[in-house]
Design a protein around this ligand. Structure first.
Ligand SMILES: [Ca+2]
Length: 491
């Protein structure tokens, strides 16, 4: 059986064996803007808590996202792309290292939260991305890349900030998982000199554009990790007014404040694209667009997907994902392959023609080059999750595997599984576990094998378990009424 790791080695041997970017010349596409010696730039735009359905090009009829829609029209749009975790920090770590959160023992958002009377005692997890891990920025550095982390970091305190993980520039990245305010003063320690009333998403776009301009003559890696669209819901008043006027109470997506935050993110993408165009860099810059976990139920709706942030149902983990590289990645293509956030690390290294001196056997991701270039053969592989934690949204500790059309979710509290055929049942409404016991058992075995291989830590029975003292379980699936959503998430 081929797993993501062995597959990576196979692809690496093919792609990287062709030193530098010369492999690109073999795919018969125009090479006018590139030469084998010019390495591509990478712009990785990561949105916080953006749901799968939060873009017009993914079916939203409320939010307006013309720039991101154009990015999709000029590149490849993935329908079945996943975050490796339904919450922030672990997915970020998976992107930067190519390893599953279970392997990194970074399985919940930092610092997590305590549930002393829950049925299960959850395992301890790393409170930072260990410095020994090799990030994309560190891997690209020997090839002459300059790297910037602009925006949210959320992978540890100061000794573990981006500048300790290979980034030459860190603007606004700290231990913080959300900004105290989206309007200056932000109270983010490494953002200074902000004019009163300045809006954070705009400022991050400004800083990103300035970094691109400054780095235009050398290969660069820009990791633009927006704090948006995470709470607190704060946006420009005039944009909120526009969406308030078109919000309909009977529509699942209807929060004007959240819509305005989405629009500002879209504006920032437009700003980045315009900067690349103005500098003549678009043809040698690979742009990735991704979110770190599913949309938060309340501010947004992930329908037709089930549930949202914190859950292993599709609403918590399926993400919008776009890759654009004019002349290499075919334009306007919808790609249905099942991919996950651990795949970015090997993909970026392969596209840069960078081979680590000593390949890390712990890399879980598969290079997406066979899908993107397209070059070589894409061999589908299962995707896994390990979230042995409780989430305030109501989710309980569990794990999951997506293998082809099927997905199995394991619930650790009661040792129960659910099985879904996502091709026929995107909303995960019809549990097939009882009807297809052999399929369920087969996927459960694969999930258990993967946990063993990655060293995943399991929760244990809690001797202090007291259901009376447990917080009342929230309904994870039904959005609150409009008025409540406003009250709950008012800044
Ligand atoms: Ca998040």
């Amino acid at each position: 059986m081929i797993n993501r790791r062995t597959f990576l080695r196979t692809v690496s041997a093919g792609a990287l064996g062709l030193a530098g970017a010369t492999w690109l010349t073999g795919c018969g596409r125009t090479q006018a803007a590139r030469s084998p010696t010019v390495k591509p730039n990478f712009v990785f735009i990561l949105i916080d808590d953006m749901g799968w359905r939060d873009l017009a090009c993914y079916g939203s009829t409320f939010y307006e996202t013309p720039h991101i829609d154009r990015l999709a029209a000029q590149g490849m749009r993935f329908t079945d792309a996943y975050a490796a975790c339904p919450v922030c920090s672990p997915t970020r770590a998976s992107i930067l290292t190519g390893k599953y959160p279970a392997r990194l023992n970074l399985t919940d958002w930092i610092p997590g939260h305590k549930r002393p009377f829950a049925k299960l005692r959850v395992p301890k997890f790393n409170q930072e991305l260990p410095l020994a891990e090799v990030t994309i920025a560190e891997a690209l550095k020997p090839a002459g890349y300059v790297s910037a982390s602009i925006g949210k970091w959320h992978l540890g305190t100061k000794p573990f900030w981006p500048e300790k993980q290979g980034f030459d520039v860190n603007f606004g990245g700290t231990h913080q998982g959300q900004p105290p305010s989206y309007f200056a003063p932000y109270k983010i320690p490494n953002i200074s000199k902000a004019a009163d009333g300045e809006y954070l998403t705009d400022r991050l776009a400004d800083e990103a554009a300035a970094f691109i301009e400054k780095s235009k003559d050398r290969p660069f890696f820009l990791y633009l990790a927006h704090y948006a669209v995470h709470t607190p819901l704060m946006a420009r008043q005039e944009v909120i007014a526009k969406y308030a006027a078109k919000a309909k109470p009977d529509q699942p997506q209807r929060n004007a404040r959240y819509a305005a935050m989405v629009q500002s993110v879209d504006d920032s993408v437009g700003r980045i694209m315009a900067t690349l165009d103005a500098l003549g860099l678009a043809d040698r810059t690979v742009v990735f667009f991704m979110s770190d976990n599913g949309g938060l139920i309340g501010p947004t709706s992930n329908l037709p997907l089930r549930a949202g942030k914190g859950s292993l149902y599709e609403g918590g983990i399926r993400e919008p994902m776009i890759v654009r590289w004019p002349g290499v990645v075919p334009a306007g293509v919808t790609e249905k392959a099942v991919v996950t956030s651990v795949d970015f690390f090997p993909t970026i290294l392969a596209l840069a023609g960078v081979a680590p001196a000593a390949p890390d056997p712990g890399i879980d991701g598969a290079s997406l080059v066979p899908l993107l270039a397209p070059q070589g053969e894409w061999a589908p592989v299962p995707v896994y999750w390990h979230y042995p934690h409780y989430h305030p949204g109501g989710a309980t500790p569990g794990g999951a595997i997506r293998d082809g059309d099927y997905k199995l979710i394991e619930f650790f509290e009661d040792d129960r599984v659910e099985l879904y055929n996502l091709k026929e049942d995107l909303g995960e409404k019809k549990d097939l576990a009882a009807a297809m016991p052999e399929k369920a058992a087969q996927l459960r075995r694969k999930l258990a094998d993967w946990r063993r291989k990655t060293g995943a830590r399991m929760p244990t029975p809690n001797p202090d378990y007291d259901p009376q003292k447990e917080p009342k379980r929230a309904d994870t699936e039904t959005p609150p009424p409009l008025a409540d959503a406003g009250l709950l998430f008012e800044e």
